[in-house]
Ligand binder design. Structure first.
Ligand code: SAH
Length: 389
């Protein structure tokens, strides 16, 4: 199986890409076999020797995406430009103006259609690079699994969004699940979807979800796993494998809104978490407070920077980086800090193996546990645990 490289687009859009037809044509058991083989081959190729656990499969390999980012484009209708929402074709900047993806949650797709109709009704068009016209760049919708509520995000070129109040009012009449609407204002051309100032147009600016009785605030710009059922399995399995004890000190790097940090805090003595995205750190601090968890501290910093200067004892290190994995300086910092155990969660096995290989002398790979977070795509999430030799 060939795993495609994301060249110009960010992680977010990468997972939105829809052209994975060949892989989708495989039966689910065949897909699972192929993923296991891929993970196994990556580890074997890099001489990190150990056995791969069976893939944790999904009970719902379709309609699982609880976050969808549609991109706006214009089509000509009766000589006039009309907005159309669609999705990037994999590895390109081309947009396919289609819906009915087997991956997307159905309520989200229905809401996107309603939004498209309302934009057409109010003559709001897609921003056209180079033509200096149009407004809408992307529409993102996030859904809470526990509460069945929606957060809608309009990414626009500039501040202007005529009739925003009416559009939102009409939209809410059609979709009562919408609890908040946010505008992200971009002034320049950028390939990063969620870059720009944030303005709350309706509601509190976030929705909440639940994991194991803990409530989490999800805002527009913060990372949150897109497949809630598999996310739960990932977290449960990860904690079972790393087995944090009551007296242990934990560091959670790339902590996002603090999902792993708060779950770890319930098991550990103390947790320190580091994350670079300011929105995510704000969400995380709010999440700790609302769940009344006080043995956790969130730091807004570059993970490599933070770990390199950390002087206290760490028993368990959690790493959950983006596709690029961790940096060389991060690896050097681990070698100095020498945490007893490492829980490395990754959405891109190639970089994960590359990083683990560099820790080979100091650490033994204990478990490799792939999780099918993205059924019907070639992607696979993978847990690895490392123990200090
Ligand atoms: N552990 C979290 C988030 C994982 S996603 C969860 O399970 O939900 C990876 C996170 O790493 C993102 O929130 C991203 O903002 C953050 N990140 C990316 N590069 C970083 C860096 N250099 N330093 C710290 N955090 C970083």
């Amino acid at each position: 199986m060939k795993i495609n490289q994301a060249k110009q687009i960010d992680d977010d859009q990468y997972f939105e890409s829809i052209d994975q037809k060949d892989f989708m044509a495989l039966s689910y058991p065949e897909q699972s076999k192929s993923k296991i083989k891929y993970v196994h081959d990556q580890f074997v190729k890099n001489a990190v020797n150990t056995k791969v656990n069976p893939l944790i499969i999904s009970d719902h390999p379709k309609y699982y995406r609880h976050k969808v980012t549609a991109t706006a484009t214009n089509v000509k209708k009766h000589g006039k430009l009309q907005l159309k929402l669609g999705f990037y074709i994999e590895n390109t900047h081309k947009i396919k103006p289609v819906f009915e993806s087997v991956l997307h949650d159905k309520t989200i797709e229905k809401t996107l259609k309603n939004i498209e109709q309302l934009f057409i009704k109010y003559k709001i068009t897609a921003y056209q690079k180079g033509h200096d016209r149009g407004i809408i760049k992307h529409v993102l919708i996030r859904k809470s699994y526990a509460n069945d509520t929606l957060l809608v995000v309009f990414v626009t070129q500039g501040y202007l969004l005529p009739n925003a109040k009416r559009i939102i009012q009409e939209l809410r009449e059609k979709n009562e699940q919408i609890k908040s609407v946010v505008q992200i204002i971009q002034k320049n051309d950028t390939h990063i979807v969620l870059y720009g100032d944030e303005k709350t147009l309706y509601g509190p600016g976030y929705i909440t979800d639940e994991i194991d009785g803990l409530r989490f605030r999800l805002s527009a710009k913060s990372f949150y796993q897109i497949n809630p059922e598999q996310m739960m399995k990932l977290y449960h399995q990860g904690f079972e494998l790393i087995d944090i004890k009551k007296h242990e000190y934990v560091m959670d790097c790339y902590s996002g809104i603090g999902t792993l940090s708060l779950l770890a805090a319930k098991k550990a003595k103390e947790v320190v978490a580091v994350e670079q995205n300011v929105s995510a750190v704000k969400d995380a601090i709010g999440n700790a407070k609302s769940n009344k968890i006080s043995n956790v501290r969130f730091v807004k910093d570059d993970a490599a920077n933070f770990i390199a200067t950390y002087k206290q004892n760490v028993d368990v290190l959690i790493i959950d980086p983006p596709r690029i994995g961790v940096s060389q300086s991060f690896i050097e910092a681990i070698k100095k800090l020498k945490p007893k155990r490492i829980l490395y969660i990754s959405c891109f096995v190639e970089t994960q193996v590359r990083d683990i290989k560099q820790l080979n002398r100091l650490y033994e790979v204990k478990a490799i546990q792939p999780v099918d977070m993205f059924p019907n795509t070639t992607h696979v999430e993978n847990i690895t645990t490392l123990y200090l030799k």
